[in-house]
Design a protein around this ligand. Structure first.
Ligand SMILES: *[C@@H]1O[C@H](CO)[C@@H](O)[C@H](O)[C@H]1NC(C)=O
Length: 262
């Protein structure tokens, strides 16, 4: 065999290897068959204290430039009846720690609303309709959207896929793993949140929610900077759920004062 044809053979082998690489996304893996949110969930405990995001996917409404001091606090609309929903108070700094707060529930703290959103831009989370879930896991699923978009709609309307071409009024928020807390009132020391079942296969043979739809994936801790063992536990739990942790980027929390957060 002459040198040139050996070279050609090698090129063909490389081209085939490349094709195999490109074809290595396995859509049938996602969402994983048994994937669901957690059973026996206690929303009252979950919302009893703020959550600090340790790592998350980059989203349109949470770009990389705003991944400083990311914090979520949920305020019941009616503390005696959580089925009325909870106000979603998201907080972050833009550009650097303790700079330019953005999020929801900022107006009451005297912080200007993000440009273009108006002072009344608020978010709410409503309970997921039990009839659209395994009843054991319905409590750990929420529907989150801007308050004005949810007005007059039932959770059942909101959980239905939108008509073609219609934007969704609310997005799925599922608590898919939790770490129990030694403090009974807190219930949980960490939590993994996904925007519904992760339907997108990745090149790592793992799954992600539809980032195109702004359905994210977050690692939450009760403390601003999670101890390494806790972060490792979250990453292991996410991997066990076949979530692609390679898509997560770290959120800076050290030195944050959360000025203006709810
Ligand atoms: C709680 O709120 C829901 C939704 O508004 C309502 O349907 C239900 O009757 C309320 N339950 C109680 C005990 O007030």
């Amino acid at each position: 065999m002459s040198q040139p044809s050996l070279g050609m053979g090698l090129l063909v082998v490389l081209a085939l290897a490349g094709a195999a690489q490109a074809a290595s996304i396995k859509p049938w893996l996602c969402p994983p068959k048994q994937f669901d949110s957690v059973a026996g969930f206690d929303l009252a405990k979950f919302i009893s204290a703020p959550w600090y995001v340790q790592k998350q996917t980059v989203l349109k409404y949470q770009p990389a430039s705003s991944l400083f001091c990311v914090r979520a606090k949920y305020l019941p609309i009616d503390a005696k009846n959580l089925t009325k929903g909870v106000r979603v108070c998201n907080y972050a700094n833009t550009g650097a720690v303790n700079k330019a707060p953005v999020g929801t529930c900022l107006a009451q703290a005297g912080v200007a609303a993000p440009a273009g959103k108006g002072p009344s831009f608020e978010m709410v989370a409503l309970p997921w309709p039990v009839r659209r879930s395994n009843p054991d896991t319905a409590a750990s699923k929420l529907l989150v959207g801007p308050t004005f978009q949810l007005a007059g709609k039932t959770p059942d309307d909101l959980a239905k896929p939108p008509a073609p071409g219609q934007p969704r009024a609310a997005g799925p928020y599922w608590v898919v793993a939790v770490g129990p807390s030694k403090t009974p009132a807190l219930g949980y020391d960490w939590a993994i949140i996904t925007g519904g079942a992760p339907s997108q296969a990745t090149e790592n043979d793992a799954c992600l929610p539809s980032l195109k739809n702004d359905d994210g994936f977050w690692l939450f801790s009760r403390v601003p900077v999670a101890p390494k063992a806790q972060l490792d536990a979250m990453l292991a739990a996410a991997t066990a759920l076949r979530l692609d942790t390679a898509a997560l980027v770290p959120v800076t929390q050290a030195g944050c004062t959360y000025a203006g957060a709810a």
